[in-house]
Write a protein that binds this ligand. Structure first.
Ligand SMILES: [Zn+2]
Length: 451
């Protein structure tokens, strides 16, 4: 097989993609369309924030906002009308579930919480592959832990294994069945009558579901299968809303995701490329990024230069990470990170179908692989399809308002604000005041109080 140098391959499309990525990389780090409020002496009074004694957080894996146009979604339509929302939730790089689950929980960048990828190597603890987060965070306090410490009752349903001795659902085989079980358990919990003795107790309920991401990964974003899953989720959200209304207490509902999703088509044959370039590295790859841990004494700069000749991924150096990559320089961060340009993707060889592994060294540098993986995440945060959604509905929140942008790390301090507790420390996110503006006449239009 003859290898054609990238310089003479057709590359118009990739030059365009690279230019777009460059433009987005140069955009300000926090693309808030609304200017930050000024707190000078003459500043207008900051509107009061919504508050609630109970917060329910539903996290749906890989819920790209565009999915909402694929099906009838009466429940989401209602949340949009009566609550605040954004379709511009910016995820943390790499835009993978575990990284963003940790940032959502702690309000920190990976540099502080230490979950730098879905798969990585810790020099002391060994290999990480979507492990329960309890015990793997290197810093920062999950919201649930901070809430418990301050007297809030916390109930987690499939929440990344943050409670000791709980499993973290990797959303692989059986995810659909486990999701269904969690949906039932959550609804049972929400429908249980409020404990009269504990009527004033504050409560935080967090539930995570593998849908729609696990289905989209297999079927693609814009397909009948994903439309069916979205319709199912919409009716579940409707049941949650009904349960909250029936209880009639001061509850605020957050519907969030960890990242968007994008269709992909070609698997990068990384083992073959690394073999050709004589790169000896421990590789940890997931979705669209590969971490390259080089042996002691390897010339990282020379390897970076050689790999940069390939135009279907970008080669990032730990010593000069772009502004969107808040990974820090801790021992889990490798010397080099390959970040694929869509529609290319990278996956750990351990996850490849066995016969593809056999093809490994003879197949071309990238291989059409839609039959195996139709969509993924992990691309740089400002890839448009990587944006996620946030909906806030319920007690006292002003309805019908769209927030221009929000970051995954902002959800922790925002929910802490609603519950009236101090966020964990340290903290990188900040309160999303645009989402929480209280309704003008509290009580009159609150969730569940309409006649
Ligand atoms: Zn995910």
């Amino acid at each position: 097989m003859v290898w054609i140098p990238p310089a003479i391959r057709p590359r118009g499309l990739w030059a365009t993609a690279a230019a777009l990525l460059l433009v987005s990389a140069l955009a300000p780090d926090v693309p808030l369309a609304q200017p930050a409020p000024s707190f000078g002496a003459a500043a207008p009074t900051v509107p009061p924030s919504a508050s609630a004694s109970r917060v329910v957080v539903l996290l749906f894996e890989g819920f790209a906002p565009t999915l909402l146009s694929a099906a009838q979604t009466p429940a989401f339509d209602r949340l949009r009308e009566e609550g605040a929302w954004t379709h511009r939730l910016t995820s943390v790089f790499p835009t993978q579930g575990w990284v963003n689950g940790a940032s959502l929980a702690t309000g920190c960048w990976p540099a502080q919480h230490g979950i730098v990828s879905e798969m990585f190597v810790d020099p002391e603890r060994g290999d990480f592959d979507r492990e329960p987060l309890h015990g793997w965070l290197t810093g920062c306090e999950p919201l649930g832990d901070a809430a418990r410490r301050q007297g809030v009752a916390v109930h987690r349903f499939g929440w990344y294994g943050l409670d000791p001795d709980t499993e973290a659902d990797r959303c692989d085989s059986g995810a659909r069945r486990r999701d269904a079980g969690r949906r039932r358990a959550l609804l049972d919990h929400l429908r249980a009558p409020a404990d009269p003795a504990g009527a004033t107790t504050r409560e935080l309920v967090q539930a995570r579901f593998c849908a729609p991401g696990d289905s989209i990964r297999r079927n693609g974003v814009d397909t009948p299968a994903s439309a069916a899953v979205v319709a199912e989720l919409d009716s579940f959200v409707g049941e949650v809303v009904a349960a909250i209304e029936t209880r009639g207490d001061e509850t605020l509902l957050f519907v969030v995701t960890d990242h968007g999703m994008r269709d992909v088509s070609h698997l990068i044959q990384l083992p073959r490329i690394l073999a050709r370039e004589g790169v000896d590295a421990t590789v940890k790859a997931a979705g669209s990024t590969a971490l390259l841990y080089l042996p002691e004494g390897a010339d990282a700069a020379a390897i970076q230069q050689r790999l940069s000749a390939y135009d279907f991924f970008e080669v990032l150096s730990r010593d000069a990470l772009p502004a969107y990559a808040h990974l820090g320089e801790g021992p889990r961060v490798p010397e080099l990170i390959l970040s694929a340009y869509p529609p290319y993707f990278i996956e750990a060889k351990s996850r490849w179908p066995y016969w593809l592994s056999a093809l490994g060294l003879v197949a071309p540098d990238h291989l059409w692989a839609e039959w195996w993986r139709s969509a993924t995440s992990g691309f740089v945060p400002r890839t448009p399809a990587m944006y996620g959604l946030v909906y806030v509905w319920g007690h006292g929140v002003e309805g019908g308002r769209e927030a221009q942008a929000l970051r995954v790390i902002d959800l922790h301090p925002t929910i802490a604000e609603v519950l009236g507790i101090a966020p964990g420390e340290p903290l990188d996110g900040r309160v999303a005041t645009t989402l929480l503006r209280a309704a003008p006449s509290p009580g009159a239009e609150g969730g569940g109080s309409l006649p």
